[in-house]
Ligand binder design. Sequence first.
Ligand code: HAM
Length: 417
Amino acid sequence: MSNFHTIKGTHDLLPDECIIWRQVENSIHSIMQQSGYGEIRTPIFENTKLFERGIGTETDIVTKEMYSWIDQGGNQLTLKPELTAPVVRSYLQHKMGNNYPIHRLYYFDTLFRRERPQKGRQRQFYQFGAEAIGSANPEQDAEIIAQAYNIYQEFDIKNLNVRLNSIGSADIRPKYLDKLRSTIQSIKHELCKTCQERLKKNALRLFDCKNSNCQDLIDKHAPLIFDSISEDDHVHFDTITLILDEMGIPYIHDQKLVRGLDYYTHTTFEITSSVLGAQDALCGGGRYNGLIEQLGGKPTPAVGFAAGVERLILAIENQEKIPKNIDVYLIHMGDKVTPTAVKIANDVRKYCGKIVILETLRRSLKAQMREAGRSSAKITLILGEEELIEKIIIIKDMKTGHQEKVPLSELIQYINS
Ligand code: HAM
């Protein structure tokens, strides 16, 4: 065994796992494109300041979880821990806003956060997500929520829960935060050290604390931001719920859902599923009307979501029942037969578009037959020296066990029929 192992919180994806990953990836691309979203790919590392300014200096991601370093040129760089800030950076850099009023972008990418690894939580993980940049209207929020929800329905994920809230526009924040700070001040000494810091620097983050004592205290004492949102914010929220009702998407209004990134305004949402266990958040997102301006652009409304791919795959039930998709297993016996067998495998791939596994270990007939059975191939082709002399090949239907002999010259036509 090698002395080298994957780094804590990272994992290899082996061929059997890649089958389902590839299927999930293909489905995500086609679902996103069906809704008019165009794929965007951004570099794996960015300027550290992009995340500090975008996500917020007092968030868990920026304070504890980023992989950052200074390169040989003195540049402060960070492996991307999320994709909304890089997508907005790209939107601004390429002046996308100048040529069209709305941009619908999606991604499937790998990210890095130095979190405590556990099931469904890695240090390198994948996300897919969508960002709709340009519309301030609630139908855009509803479309984004529906987009995420439909993906989970498409994969038949059970026990879905959509939690939804509004944290209002940025204008109401200072007044609300004053109220929150002054209420919590009296019980400050009962909170954990991190929450005491949060109270000073970014009080909204008090709602993110995982410590059960802090959660109880916050539940009991903290005023809810939803009670401070404006009349317009209410109308925006109510319209989203109306559209979700119209679409038959069930949701819960969770007034404590503020989300752990600073860029959110108005809508926040998460979709969870109890099939996942402790890390039950399949995806999260919301509106971020201030982020584009904060990163140097014109004020531009935007809304989006991102979803963990590992969590989606964990949630897909009966994964092992997903067929491996092998069409043909080609068994061959004898040195003289090998060149013809290799050519047949190639021709069947080329002219029939089939997935063909060719035996290359020169195992016994019995061992090859066993392997063909294990491979879940739909048919097995058997070519021995006798068959080669007679210019025929044996075709076995793996489901029925029926075997027949077909002239080699008619094989392609037979498979295609
Ligand atoms: P987030 O809630 O930080 O939001 O991440 C979104 C999803 O990524 C989570 O719900 C979870 O499924 C997955 N995830 C996060 N951390 C990990 C991890 N360590 N291991 C495995 N999966 C993980 C964002 O990233 C925002 N950018 C979402 C957004 C897009 N908001 C607006 N647009």
